[in-house]
Write a protein that binds this ligand. Structure first.
Ligand SMILES: *Cc1c(COP(=O)(O)O)cnc(C)c1O
Length: 340
């Protein structure tokens, strides 16, 4: 397979139009057979459900080249399952999980020339998504839907090393206690745009959101879950029904226990105890883990002992182990690496 002539390591995180994408339509109560198309544009009615009442959801995962030259994806079955749950919460017809994984494979295969080579740090980012497409004016779920997956090559997340981030504790809420924080709905992102623009203006990389009901417990950022490391090397991640269940975070907790022999627990994390942790990181598909060096709470600074120059030692071990598994340098648990 001849690869595209691209400066892979110079790529940023932006949209690049690739050759093929997958489309399936839900009409008259059923998904059609679906297939690949070259057409990157979507034509829809002015009153489409997605445009009026934001009935849309998405997923994000990566395809990449392993050390021994295989093209693979990381745990696409979990993206399929999460999108299934999301669709149900949004009263959308769930896309069958086996078909989701099959469609991922088709898109990667059809765009194999766009899968960055091993060692470039770049990956092919896959974006499955679904939306209501027929006209909807009275408030109700759409009847017709479109499911799509496109692929776009993205550069290495950390160019020149992972520098710890500075976060601020947000005055806004990301998710209501019985709302949609646990599903990957576009609407969660729409309302996070103003808070993130404000945070950036104030010089912060991300917002730390606290639980909306009591503002005492740590939730997540706009698009990544937290992991903390205690001073005695225990890995802790916040538990809440309004956090999006990150696949990276779930994988890291497994890696902590099964590969590194660390204690790892998912539990409520009070903001008051954040100052006592030794390390902090944000996890998600894009970066795997971004180290956090400092959290600012209305002028009061919490500085983690791992500092502002590099990842903390446990965070680094977690990062190296999970990326080692992903890139085929370490043996993966059954089913984690899906070959295309
Ligand atoms: C997608 C997402 C994450 C990260 O999930 P991964 O499966 O690890 O990519 C975390 N938080 C939110 C709000 C998200 O939308």
């Amino acid at each position: 397979m001849e690869k595209k002539d691209i400066d892979w390591s110079g790529l940023g995180f932006g949209y690049v139009k690739t050759d093929k994408r997958y489309v399936s339509n839900f009409k008259n109560g059923a998904w059609d057979d679906g297939g690949l198309t070259e057409d990157a544009d979507i034509v829809m009615n002015e009153c489409a459900g997605v445009l009026q009442y934001a009935q849309t959801c998405f997923e994000g995962l990566k395809a990449y080249t392993t050390e021994d030259g295989r093209t693979v994806c990381f745990r696409p079955d979990l993206n399929a399952a999460r999108m299934y749950d999301t669709a149900q919460r949004l009263e959308m017809p769930p896309f069958p999980k086996e078909r989701f994984v099959e469609a991922v494979k088709q898109v990667v295969k059809a765009n194999e020339a766009w899968v960055p080579p091993y060692g470039s740090g770049a990956t092919l980012y896959l974006r499955p998504y679904m939306f209501g497409i027929n006209p909807v004016i009275g408030v109700k779920p759409a009847e017709d839907y479109q499911f799509r997956i496109f692929a776009t090559p993205v550069g290495p997340y950390f160019k020149g090393g992972a520098k710890p981030l500075t976060l601020c504790v947000s005055d806004f809420d990301r998710a209501a206690p019985h709302g949609t924080g646990h599903i990957k709905a576009g609407l969660n992102y729409a309302m996070s745009l103003h808070p993130i623009v404000e945070a950036h203006k104030a010089g912060f990389a991300e917002n730390m959101y606290l639980d909306a009901a009591t503002r005492t417990k740590v939730e997540e950022t706009g698009g990544a879950n937290f992991i903390f490391v205690t001073k005695d090397n225990k890995v802790v991640t916040p538990k809440s029904s309004s956090i999006l269940p990150s696949i990276t975070r779930r994988s890291l907790m497994y890696v902590a226990k099964e590969y590194l022999g660390l204690e790892a627990e998912e539990r409520e994390v009070h903001f008051d105890e954040v100052k006592d942790f030794a390390e902090c990181g944000l996890c998600g598909t894009a970066a795997v883990i971004s180290p956090v060096g400092k959290i600012v709470d209305h002028g009061k600074e919490i500085c983690f002992p791992s500092g502002m120059d590099e990842m903390g030692p446990v965070t680094k071990k977690l990062y190296d182990t999970l990326t080692g598994i992903q890139m085929g340098r370490l043996d993966a648990p059954e089913g984690w690496i899906v070959e295309i």
